[in-house]
Design a protein around this ligand. Structure first.
Ligand SMILES: O=P(O)(O)OC[C@H]1O[C@H](OP(=O)(O)OP(=O)(O)O)[C@H](O)[C@@H]1O
Ligand SMILES: Nc1nc2[nH]cnc2c(=O)[nH]1
Length: 168
């Protein structure tokens, strides 16, 4: 395992993202974390947003396309939907990694179909193949490795690593 981004570097980047969102994401917004991978990043980002005096609603949407594989199945499946009405509200989608872009594109379409007024999307990590795909904010541009840590898993393992590493 090669460590690529330390816990300290992650924390600095989360604060910078929260600074960027604090002017936009007010109490009328819903923050939607994409399970399972978004959990550590969403927890850090929500706390950073709350520290800036903003109190959006928190919800989560469980989407899956990789299962235990290192390549996307190409098909996004909803395992569990959001728990509150999103109709008439803007949503900030939060995910751990933006790779093909398929998961976030699906989440945007899903929330808009349920009546969200607009979506912003944020992933902590962007992989090279997602360059040019639609995303509103990212924390870090990663190399083209298979990554683990800070929410990212290998068959369910390593999600709790406080740093991001490449698996060789
Ligand atoms: O941009 P993409 O190519 O769609 O890849 C990104 C998605 O891949 C992972 O989800 P996964 O299906 O592995 O579920 P998980 O969140 O439970 O790990 C990750 O959490 C992102 O949601
Ligand atoms: N764990 C993990 N999940 C992903 N989903 C899309 N890209 C990745 C990656 O690099 N690592």
């Amino acid at each position: 395992m090669r460590v690529l981004l330390s816990a300290e570097e992650i924390a600095e980047r989360v604060e910078a993202l929260a600074d960027g969102f604090a002017g936009q994401v007010d109490d009328g917004w819903t923050v939607v974390a994409l399970l399972q991978g978004a959990i550590p990043f969403a927890a850090d980002l929500m706390r950073a947003i709350e520290r800036r005096g903003r109190h959006p609603i928190y919800d989560s949407l469980w989407l899956e396309s990789y299962h235990d594989a290192r390549e996307s199945s190409g098909k996004v499946v909803v395992r569990a939907d959001i728990s509150r009405a999103i109709e008439g509200r803007p949503a900030l989608i939060v995910d751990d990694v933006f790779d093909s872009g398929r998961t976030i594109a699906y989440a945007r379409a899903h929330l808009m179909a349920k009546g969200a007024t607009r979506t912003l999307a944020c992933a902590f990590v962007r992989k090279p193949q997602a360059m040019g795909e639609a995303i509103d904010a990212i924390g870090w541009d990663a190399p083209n490795d298979f990554l683990v840590g800070y929410g990212m898993d290998d068959a369910g393992r390593y999600r709790g690593l406080p740093y991001i590493a490449a698996l060789d």
